[in-house]
Design a protein around this ligand. Structure first.
Ligand code: ZN
Length: 85
């Protein structure tokens, strides 16, 4: 059992908890040329990890299924808005 961190409702026994990401932070990953070290040389050729950019989870909350769905819908709406759809 758990308490939903959105509506503060205590779950029913056996009810599934859903983790909801409420905050993300941009992250950059440097290239890792030696990431494949130790592997077979022929296989690792040209497969170096180039790194990149993305998002890391900054904050996570436990939600009941109702709140998780609401949060997802809200997030989708916000994203559509930011894209001008
Ligand atoms: Zn809830």
């Amino acid at each position: 059992m758990y308490r939903c961190q959105f509506c503060n409702r205590v779950s029913r026994p056996g009810e599934r908890a859903t983790k909801v990401v409420t905050e993300r932070r941009p992250a950059e990953y440097p290239s890792r040329g030696k990431a494949q070290k130790g592997r077979e040389a022929s296989r690792s050729k040209g497969q170096e990890d180039p790194g990149g950019a993305g998002y890391e989870i900054a904050k996570e909350r436990i939600a009941c299924s109702t709140c998780a769905q609401e949060h997802l819908a809200k997030e989708a709406a916000q994203e559509a808005e930011s894209l001008g759809i």
